[in-house]
Design a protein around this ligand. Sequence first.
Ligand code: GRF
Length: 302
Amino acid sequence: MEAQNLLSGFFPNYKIPLTRTSKKPFSCSLPSNPSFHSLLQSHNCVSFKTHYSPCFKGSLKKIFFCVNASENAVLEEKDYKRPQVVKRKKLAVFVSGGGSNFKSIHDACFEGLVHGDIVVLVTNKPDCGGAEYAKNKEIPVVLFPRTKDATDGLSPSDLVAALRSLEVDFILLAGYLKLIPAELIRAYPRSILNIHPSLLPAFGGKGYYGMKVHKAVIASGARYSGPTIHFVDEHYDTGRILAQRVVPVLANDTAEELAARVLHEEHQLYVEVTAALCEERLIWREDGVPLIQNRGNPNEYS
Ligand code: GRF
């Protein structure tokens, strides 16, 4: 059977029952069609959970407004009436390792801090900590890319089809070590974020990952480091910077100590940025720089 057909079986005309209003999570029953279940098994998918948190209200403002991929990215000045009810967003998270950022975002969704749900975990390492955690939490796991060793992995077009079937709004890279193919970037313009453990544009690019980043920071004598969240383009770590947080580099720091201090900030920053993304508080400045609108004071941007 063609992958496309299989993937369209993820949620075939399936509507989540909308009767529940409490913040507690619930499981929805899955379609009984056998190809859906064989697809779940072949990709280590288990079941699907979601939950609700309060809706957000907004006001009439004149701003530079950019909508996301599903609404055709445009940049224009117009009177924008923030919708009374912001749709709860569906998130895909990509990991290759332990997945501590993925866990903190998942917790934040669960606690109602983020107006969204992680609907799929994508990985190139099916046995990594992040994938194990997803399986335990009954989040579908998808293997990407397809390689000689991972023949059941998806091709780029199959992945795009799978994400579309799941109605994914945004993609969050959290320690995913493979380059994102152009096909996926085209399919999700201005909708893919990555977190990097240094203050980009310093100490970024091919080869700068994991402990190598922190070793290079210490060796350079830089007094400050910290995580950067940026939009993803076809190259490593070069997309538009969205948010950063400064972490001091101490005189006697080891790479491991610095990494731990940066990772602590990563968890908070990625949750804050994901919350803004899901609440539609991102705008694009005329020169193409993305900004986050303050939740409490809508006239303030960072
Ligand atoms: C983080 O340091 C992140 O900045 C980088 O990869 C690491 C992932 O850590 N891109 P974890 O898997 O979320 O614990």
